[in-house]
Design a protein around this ligand. Structure first.
Ligand SMILES: Nc1ncnc2c1ncn2[C@@H]1O[C@H](COP(=O)(O)OP(=O)(O)OP(=O)(O)O)[C@@H](O)[C@H]1O
Length: 454
């Protein structure tokens, strides 16, 4: 027995040999760790450790999550529309769990609007799948700024990608179409900003001849119903109108009537605010579908004046009118290659003096329809009387008709007279006196001219 114990003791390593084994083992481990950090890139290292963590967390029945990011860091000119869609969609998903929310009440809206605050999270449930949204803001680098993060269990990746995101887009579409309040956009800096557009003008209230009015409405109807036609003939689905005529003949009113008729938003593009060709392209590309882009008072923009009457015609670059943008760039956005990047929209140019515009803008095919906004006619006057006084006939109509036909008076000035009284007799007397005064002035000028000739 004693010899057996002695044998066992001999086999057990001594304390010193155990210590030296421990020392060599820990040295090897340290060397291994240093080599791992030195030769394995950090990205690969974190990938491996995430995978290991995921593996163990799965084994502990803890789900792993995937994340989609919606931001504006994409290369290119146009804004990521999913940002706006997400913001709008989430405003309808804000619930009691959100401790801090933004609230506001805006023109045209019956109740409050709620919005997410940056740094807040919101959980949406889609067909039993929990989707967590985070609204954040990065430094403004690479057009970054605001962003959304959508996180969900990785096993629902396909569902979120193919079904949930479409659900978000479709819900946004249905919400905006259902309670669509038209918007009037203008540019501040490099961005479009909007306010609610509540102009009451309609084709019914427009004082212009019936035939012209009908021709415009028919043209718009044809445009709306011709999506496939435009595809077939290989043209972008858009339409251009040039409205020309003296101030106060209703050019802006016609644009408002068109927007109300089509239910399109208006984008008011001031050429004076455009800084370069790329700025112009960016402005045009960031216009949504179902919109009217309005470029008013073209004659006030030196860049679009008739080149044949301009000193610039002798310059090296005959297209460059000023330091900001070129006419060719404008034309390109209207009906060139750039115009085909956006569809279902209408471009309206207005001018008080068509004759000073560059012929390139006026050549056939450039603008689909040239609409002359004329001085007030008898038909126009009847419409104004019906709008302002709610009357279809009056004993003064004939005398007023006789004067209006031979004079250059704008619908705006007749409208101003009609607004002076709610009483039809008084208001029409006012119109008559105004016209008689105008006629007197006109006769005097003609007499003076004749005298000069003699
Ligand atoms: N054809 C019209 N039908 C009905 N109202 C009109 C018409 N023309 C002018 N008015 C009235 O006159 C006001 C001014 O008209 P509007 O601004 O549409 O004219 P405009 O041609 O766009 O003028 P400008 O060239 O100065 O911008 C309108 O608010 C409207 O009340």
């Amino acid at each position: 027995m004693a010899s057996f114990v002695l044998e066992i003791l001999r086999l057990v390593p001594s304390t010193s040999s155990l210590l030296s084994l421990y020392a060599s083992l820990s040295t090897s481990l340290m060397l291994l760790r240093n080599a791992y950090h030195e030769f394995i890139p950090q990205k690969l290292e974190s990938f491996v450790s995430t995978k290991i963590k995921n593996y163990f967390s799965r084994n502990k029945n803890q789900p792993s999550y995937d994340t989609f990011i919606i931001d504006n860091s994409w290369e290119g000119l146009s804004r990521n529309k999913l940002l706006d869609i997400a913001r709008f969609y989430l405003s309808s998903r804000i619930g009691p769990k959100n401790k801090i929310i933004r609230i506001g009440k805006f023109r045209g809206e019956k109740s409050f609007t709620a919005g997410l605050v940056k740094g807040e999270r919101i959980v949406d449930v889609f067909e039993g799948v929990e989707v967590s949204w985070f609204f954040g803001d990065r430094e403004m680098e690479n057009g970054g700024g605001e962003f959304f993060e959508i996180s969900f269990e990785d096993k629902y990746r396909q569902k979120v990608y193919y079904e949930y995101l479409n659900h978000v887009i479709n819900t946004h579409k249905a919400m905006t179409e259902e309670e669509k309040i038209l918007k009037l956009y203008s540019r501040t800096g490099r961005h479009w900003e909007s306010i609610d557009f509540e102009h009451a003008a309609t084709f019914d209230s427009l004082a212009m001849d019936y035939e012209l009015k009908k021709a415009i409405m028919d043209d718009l109807d044809r445009f709306l119903g011709r999506r496939d036609y435009y595809r077939r003939i290989g043209k972008a689905w858009k339409r251009g109108y040039l409205l020309y005529g003296p101030p106060g003949t209703g050019k802006s009113s016609l644009i408002a009537a068109m927007a109300n008729y089509l239910h399109y938003d208006i984008y008011d593009l001031e050429l004076a605010s455009i800084r370069s060709d790329s700025d112009l392209r960016q402005a045009m590309l960031n216009v949504d579908r179902k919109s009217i882009i309005v470029i008013e008072d073209l004659d006030c923009n030196s860049k679009v004046h008739d080149r044949s009457n301009s000193d610039d015609s002798n310059s090296d670059d005959s297209n460059a009118y000023a330091s900001n943008f070129t006419l060719s760039s404008l034309l390109n956005c209207v009906d060139g290659l750039w115009s085909s990047c956006a569809e279902e929209r209408i471009v309206v140019f207005t001018t008080n003096h068509r004759q000073v515009l560059d012929p390139a803008l006026l050549r056939p095919g450039r603008m689909d329809m040239h609409i002359h906004m004329s001085y007030c006619t008898s038909q126009g006057f009847r419409i104004l009387a019906s709008n302002y006084l709610d009357i279809k006939d009056h004993h003064l109509f004939e005398e007023i008709d006789g004067l209006i036909q031979n004079m250059d008076v704008t619908p705006a000035s007749i409208a101003e007279e009609l607004m002076k009284s709610d009483d039809a007799d008084t208001a029409l007397e006012g119109v008559l006196n105004f016209l008689k005064l105008k006629k007197k002035d006109k006769d005097k000028i003609e007499e003076e001219k004749e005298a000069d000739l003699c």
